[in-house]
Design a binder for this molecule. Sequence first.
Ligand code: SFD
Ligand code: AMP
Length: 654
Amino acid sequence: MQDFATKEVTTDLLIIGGGMAATGAGVEAAYWAKKNGQKVVLVDKAALDRSGAVAMGLSAINQYVGDNTPIDYLSYVQQDLMGLCRQDLVMDIARHVNGSVHMFEGFGLPIWKDADGQYVHEGRWQLMINGESYKLILAEATKNAIATLDDDGEIVERVFVHELILDKNDKNRVAGAVGFNVREPYEFYVFKAKAVLVAAGGAVHVFRPRSTGEGLGRAWYPPWNSGSSSALMQEAGAEMTSQEVIFIPARYKDGYGPVGAWFLLFKATATTASGVNYMGEGLAEGGELHNWLPYGAVKPIPTCLRNHLMMQRVYMEGDGPILMHTDKAIEKIASEAPDEKAKKRKIKELEAEAWEDFLDMTISQAMLWASKNIYPEKVPSEIIPSEPYFIGSHSGASGAWCSGPEDLQDDTSKAEYFWGYNRMSTVKGLFAAGDGVGDSSHKFSSGSFTEGRIAAKAAIKYCMENADMPEVDQAKIDELKAKTYAPMKLYEDTKDYAVGDLHKGYTYSEEINPNWIDPKMLMFRIQKIMDEYAAGWGSQYTCSATTLNIALDLLKFVREDIDKVAARDIHELMRYWENNHRLLIAEAHVRHKLFREETRWPGYYYRADFKKMDEDNWGKVFANSKYDAETNEWEMIKRPIIRFVKIEKVVGMV
Ligand code: SFD
Ligand code: AMP
């Protein structure tokens, strides 16, 4: 096998990822690093201009607090996650997010304005944008900021980071990370750093997606977010939280077009096939939502419960599909026009907005509409609950257990939620942001950027106060390098045996081979297990201790077989490592689901053996876990939910 050169990069702060949280981190870190003579390196597996969830753009900024208060925002988040959130983290983002949004505007992002020059809101918290180039605009700002550091700033693109390095003398202190270039020159990267900020996004394709076969690869969240934030941190021994809380977005069928603009901006109604307004009925007196108090019967209905109402109608009563009445919504808005001519003009305007909503962020949905001759102003479209995603920044909650800000705590919460540096994990010097941080949902793009800024500022402070460089164990690096390329070595060592003279004609395709497992097959195996035994769509989002234990057993076999995965080239090597990360988050997820013996988020998943919410035992705790990579042992931990901010009233939609 070819010998890959090693490239060493030494820095004070290393930012892993190049998405919303990492671009925020880059901008802020550059500012503080410049003032204090620190070095910052940002490494992204892709190219900053179009990497991460916002690659295709977005049509809304989903977190803008505006004239509301951070407590108002907190009331909404706490309600939406059925009581589960860290108040300090949510409030911290909410108090700074307006500033980030104003920065975006300054960078050149077009935010819709009305005739009076005010932002156009999609809902109370959401702003409409012309966001096709959202990511490019932020990437440019980050590149400019890092460039101000001259030799003390660097952006490394197309390097996949797959493992963190710990200090040789302190196993609870980070010392850097390793990765490999996925473009030529194919080098092995060793990053040595005082602090590491993980912002490598959420996880997609851990569960079998609804889009299989020729549709494979299409998902709502980006398939290239493969659980690295979680895996890197969990593997390094960081305590993780709420790994059981996945997000099931209701999306336009097959194209995965988001529904927010339709529900909130166009005020569309969704019904069952027979025309039942399932959300209205659920909310009404005696409706299903009253079974999920104190969180159920309030507007906005928590995201999981909106799914639950839909699932009940479709799976229990067979009254599917669910239809989003785009046609009626457009007709209703247009009918308010003063005359026929104005009405026609309004319909044209609404049609353009409807298409732009998708062309700005989910182009595949617009293509699907076009290819199926769908005119949204004439016919409704199907919406459907999708496969589960791990995403700490939207309506999920999985991620690292992190220290919060000092100034927002009371005495009780400070003892549990503060350990020196904002957004530092339980591993010294290891920070996180965006999808990487748990229990602080609903940050979306703007809140993730904001959290990146918060974490980066604290990380630079950490670098200054912990000025000695951690020691890196060279023997460990050598071991990691061999491990990195092992799947390519396996292929090189056995390919002739497989398809050469000895086994000539043994198989027609290299993908199916007695000597190895293809990285894609590894992914399919994980997905099948998760879908069938850990509450994917194929099992109607339902699991029990019995099925979860089967999942654990089967995942154990996958881990046993993981050394048999072969990679034919660097691209497949990346696929292998992505699936290696998926495997760890899958296992963490199953263990968390087993641990939390209740059904807290109906519509995300159901525990058939614990069908109800159990406020007494589980309503006041987060489910956390720690993984010991050396012994392969897991520890499950309960941490208290401390509600030091009293919420009088849930601030809802407009
Ligand atoms: O409506 C490695 N999101 C929306 N947010 C909004 O504010 N408005 C919307 O309109 C939103 N909608 C939406 C959204 C997402 C998607 C995909 C669609 C629609 C179709 C959510 C936000 O985008 C999301 O909350 C943030 O982007 C989260 O930020 P962050 O930084 O946590 O994740 P990221 O942006 O995906 O970036 C991840 C980065 O990590 C890199 N990476 N780098 C090195 N090594 C590794 N091993 C790595 N693994 C990953 C990636 O390349 C990337 O740069 S709506 O539908 O909700
Ligand atoms: P989505 O497009 O589903 O990702 O949603 C975008 C934003 O709108 C998020 O803040 C959602 O929580 C919110 N949202 C979407 N649908 C609804 C709804 N029916 N009621 C209240 N909020 C919603």
